[in-house]
Design a binder for this molecule. Structure first.
Ligand SMILES: [Zn+2]
Length: 236
């Protein structure tokens, strides 16, 4: 009887372990970490989406600036040729002047286009900087949440280990056959696989046991019997 009573302790500890596992799976810190990670992913995606058009405009700006620089260099060189004294034919000198004017017009157009691009880029840069700041904050929050979850897990895991070691000790006191019956039934009947017979009531049954059943159980040797009504193991 003493041995069998330990089965109730085993069950209680199994229930505690189950509750601790549930707590581990549903720690608020885990939820907080999931939310923080989701925010990091969302902001990363948004940032990539905003950076792409900014980069494209910046590439275009560099391309136009390079082109304008090339044209300016060419205009300078034409200018030097104009005043070098090497060219003396009036027609050729006129042609050089026209070429220089044309290069300058084109350069002015490019400069204007660059300014327009810079005006388009400016608000994008502000938006991207703001997003980067928010992403950094979100990453820091995710790091903090990771630490908080680890700490919460350590605490619950310690409790779980202690419970499992108590369970192992209690299980050692229960006859192997009774423990096997309990473990086979527990998946369906947990957390009240083993119950006591209290007066004429099986603790697991919603109503009174039929007196025939109570009599049957009372006349059995003290021990563990199957309740015909609810299928639980009744300790009496
Ligand atoms: Zn019952």
């Amino acid at each position: 009887m003493t041995d069998l009573a330990a089965l109730l302790t085993v069950q209680e500890l199994d229930n505690t372990a189950g509750a601790l596992r549930h707590r581990l799976a549903t720690l608020p810190e885990r939820r907080a970490l999931e939310e923080a990670n989701a925010l990091v992913v969302a902001l990363t995606t948004e940032l990539a989406g905003r950076e792409a058009p900014q980069r494209e405009l910046e590439r275009e700006q560099r391309r136009l600036e390079d082109e304008a620089e090339g044209l300016r260099a060419k205009a300078d060189s034409e200018n030097r040729r104009l005043y070098s004294g090497a060219v003396t034919a009036v027609r050729e000198l006129q042609a050089i002047q026209e070429e220089i004017s044309s290069l300058q017009r084109r350069t002015a157009q490019l400069d204007e286009a660059v300014l327009e691009l810079m005006m388009q880029i400016e608000p994008l840069v502000d938006g991207v900087a703001d997003l980067r700041g928010r992403l950094e904050a979100a990453q820091a929050a995710a790091d903090t949440a990771t630490v908080a979850l680890a700490e919460a897990e350590v605490a619950v895991n310690a409790e779980l280990r202690a419970t499992l070691s108590q369970r192992a000790a209690a299980a050692g006191e229960v006859p192997a056959e009774a423990l096997a019956r309990y473990e086979a039934l527990r998946p369906q009947l947990a957390p009240s696989t083993v119950v006591r017979l209290v007066g004429s009531r099986c603790e697991g049954c919603p109503s009174q046991m039929p007196s025939v059943e109570v009599d049957r159980i009372r006349h059995l040797e003290a021990g563990l019997v199957d309740c015909d009504e609810c299928g639980r193991l009744v300790l009496h």
